[in-house]
Design a protein around this ligand. Structure first.
Ligand code: ADE
Ligand code: ZN
Length: 346
């Protein structure tokens, strides 16, 4: 990475906001803001079990991943028809464009919704229509990654994969999300092998709360191309060496880690140490409606807490395009736009 002219601490947040970036770890159900949740509930003749938006937001206090997942799954009950999925995704995509996100790879799951009696097509078609409109109307490229829920069985993941196959062209990859502890990646060895055979790109959450061993098995058993979170990797020097050697990207989500108490404060977050170790880290928002901020908020708060610099910003944004599933020429074109913004910034 070429050296860069220094940017003052006062100007750095503006550079972080303005810099082109890709978002690679954002669960669309986690972008459902309380205002839209209430509006969808009303449209569908349902009730949210909180008196108003403010009361709902006040309930967003979590001690760990599981406490969050319980609230997050309850929030998805307002999603009933294709237009609901479209509206949720369109709201996120508009917000992402404002943060200068040029490309986003959106996580979603079908199992939560089929568990509520919806069909997988309703979910995928609604989300995909919003992605197509984002390209046409916002110039924002967006693709979809189907996450299996790891607290459920591998047989249920197979069912989710089979249901999605008629809509294969609307998806770029598969991932693994939900309760990590006690559900190691190898539980899903066969379904990932099948997805790989079908040409899906592969990612998995690993090393968020779970041990480095889960990152090893995500790589060696599932054969994923990126690790979602991966912040526990620094506990294992041999794993760090492997991740650096193979250039495996890690999609880090600092505000999520703070809200789910993976780190006691942002000043103790290990993003700076990850970059120093040579890891291909990126910054992402995970579940922005629940964790207090979209991608730019993750950048500005983390940079302020850790004293990171313009050089780190460039590296992280450059990594985000390199780590994405777009083709190499599109990635280079985005990286050229990134370089131009940095060159012109003063
Ligand atoms: N689903 C939504 N957000 C998640 C997270 N941070 N970890 C695991 N599964 C999730
Ligand atoms: Zn996640």
């Amino acid at each position: 990475m070429k050296p860069m002219k220094p940017v003052s601490a006062e100007r750095l947040p503006e550079l972080l906001r303005r810099m082109p970036k890709a978002e690679l770890h954002m669960h669309i159900e986690g972008s459902l803001e309380p205002e839209l949740m209430f509006a969808l509930a009303q449209r569908n003749g349902l009730t949210v079990p909180y008196p108003d938006v403010a009361a709902l937001r006040r309930a967003y206090v979590f001690n760990n991943l599981q406490e969050f997942l319980d609230v997050y799954h309850a929030g998805t009950l307002v999603l009933r028809v294709e237009q609901d999925f479209y509206d949720m995704a369109w709201a996120y995509l508009q917000r992402a464009a404002l943060d200068n996100v040029l490309h986003t790879e959106i996580f979603f799951d079908t199992q939560t919704h089929t568990g509520h009696g919806l069909s997988a097509d309703v979910v995928i078609n609604g989300l995909h229509r919003a992605c197509a409109d984002a390209q046409a109307q916002l110039g924002l490229s967006a693709s979809l990654i189907l996450c299996f829920l790891r607290h459920l069985s591998e047989a249920e993941a197979f069912e989710a994969l089979e249901q999605a196959l008629p809509l294969r062209d609307k998806l770029v990859g598969v991932g693994l999300a939900s309760s990590e502890q006690g559900h190691p990646p190898e539980k899903f060895a066969k379904v990932f092998a099948r997805a790989r055979g079908l040409g899906f790109r592969l990612v998995a959450h690993a090393g968020e709360e779970g041990p480095p061993a889960y990152i090893w098995s995500a790589l060696d058993v599932l054969k994923v191309e990126r690790i979602d979170h991966g912040v526990q990797a620094l506990r294992d020097p041999a794993l760090v060496a492997r991740l650096v050697h193979d250039g495996i990207p890690l999609t880090v989500c600092p505000l999520s880690n703070l809200k789910l108490r993976v780190f006691p404060s942002l000043t103790e977050h290990n993003l700076g140490r990850m970059l120093e170790a040579g890891l291909v880290a990126t910054v992402n928002s995970d579940d922005p409606a629940y964790f207090g901020g979209y991608i730019n908020e993750n950048f500005t708060q983390t940079f302020a807490a850790l004293g990171l610099t313009a050089q780190h910003a460039y590296q992280l944004a450059h990594n985000s395009f390199a780590a994405s599933f777009i083709d190499a020429s599109a990635s280079r074109a985005f990286q050229d736009r990134l370089a131009e913004v940095f060159e012109k910034f003063d």
